[in-house]
Design a protein around this ligand. Sequence first.
Ligand code: PLP
Length: 393
Amino acid sequence: MKKPTLVNHPPKVELPPDNHPVGAPIYQNVKFEFDDLEQTTRFLRGERAGFFYMRTSNPTSRQLELTLAALQGRDDCLTTGTGIGAVGHTLLALTKQGDHVLCFIETYNPTRYIIRRLLSRFGVTHTMLSIEDLAGIERTLAETPTRLVFFESPTNPVTKIADITAITHLAKTHGALSVMDNTFAGFHQHGDYEIDVFVHSLTKYASGAGDVMGGAVIARADLMRPLRTDFGALGVALDPHAAFLIQRGLKTYFVRYSAQCARAMRIAQLLASHPAVARVHYPGLPDHPQHALAALQMREFGTIVSADLKGGFAAGGCFAESLELFALTSSLGSTESLVVAPQMMGGRDLTPEQLRVSGVTEGTVRLSIGLEDEGDLVADVVQALDATRTRCG
Ligand SMILES: Cc1ncc(COP(=O)(O)O)c(C=O)c1O
C-alpha cells in the first residue's frame, strides 16, 4: 500500500470483545458500509438494521434519540440541528394543503411565524387563540376540521399554564393531533398526558452548557415512521459531535433542572416581595393564577421567572442592564443566568389586542435562572432592583 493510499485507509483499531469504552464514542462519520452488496441492498430495502448515510441516521445521534424517547416516555425520537428545525419540519411533515392548524398567541415567535407565514404559503390555514380560551378551542375544533393543535406550557415569556387534559381531550374528540413544544417543562414532564407529538429545543436544558444547538421530535412509532422519511428527505440531521455534547449534558440534567428550579423559586419570591415589581409570573408561586393546574401537571415548575416592573419599559431595561450575573441575551436553560429586557421582547407580529392577551406588558422582563450560588443571585437581583428605583424611578 502506497502512502497516499494508506492515509485514506488507515490501520483499524478494534477493541477486544471484552474491552469497552465507558462512554460511547463519537461516530463522526457520514458513511457506513456493510461487508457485501447483498447486505447493502437488504439494508436499502429496509430488511435489516444498520447505518448507511448520516443524514438518515448515525449511531451517536441514535443513542441520544433512544435516551430522549425513554425520558419523555414515547416509542421513538428524531433529532434535528436546531429546536426550531424540529418545530418547522414537524409542522411541514404533518400537514398538507387544505389542512387547518389551531395555534396560540402564547407561543414562541418563530413557531408563530412558521404557522402564519410559511404554512399559509402551502395552503394550510390556522386559527390563533389564547391558550386560556378553552371555550374558543372547543368552538374552533367543533366548527373547523383541524389537523393539529400546537401548544406550549409553561408559555413564553409569562409562564401561562395550558390545561393539557382539556386541550388533548378536545383535540382527540375532534380528530386533531396534539403537538406540544415541551422545551420549557423538559423531558421528564408531561409524558403522562395524551400528547401525540412532543417537540423540544435541545439547545436549552439538554446540554445545559449553552454551547450547542439541537432539536427533537418525540412520538409513538406509527407517527414517527412517516416523519422519519420526510425528515430524511428534508435533511435536518443533528451532527454527531453536537449529539455527543447533548448526550453528555443529559448526565446532569435532573440535578441541574432541580437545582435551577429551587433558585428560580427563591428569585420569584424575592421579586414578589419587592416594591419595584408590579407582578411576578412563576407557576410555582401560590398566587400564580394557574398554580393549582401547574401543581397538578408538573413535578417541577421550571427555571423561567418573569416580572413586570412598575416603571414600565424604561425600568425593565434599567433592571436588565443593572444585573451583573445575568447575560443580556435570549435562550434559557443554561447554567448561566440570562435576562431578556422589554426592549428585546418579540411580539411585533401581534395586534395590540393580541399583545394584551399575551400578558406581556411594557415592563416585562424574563429571567432564566442558572446554577450560580443562590445568595449571589439574590444579591444581584436586589442590587439591580434598587438601582432601577434610584436611576429610573
Ligand atoms: C419554546 C421554544 N421552542 C423552540 C425554540 C427554538 O429552539 P432553537 O433555538 O434550538 O432553534 C425555543 C428557543 O428559544 C423555545 O424557547
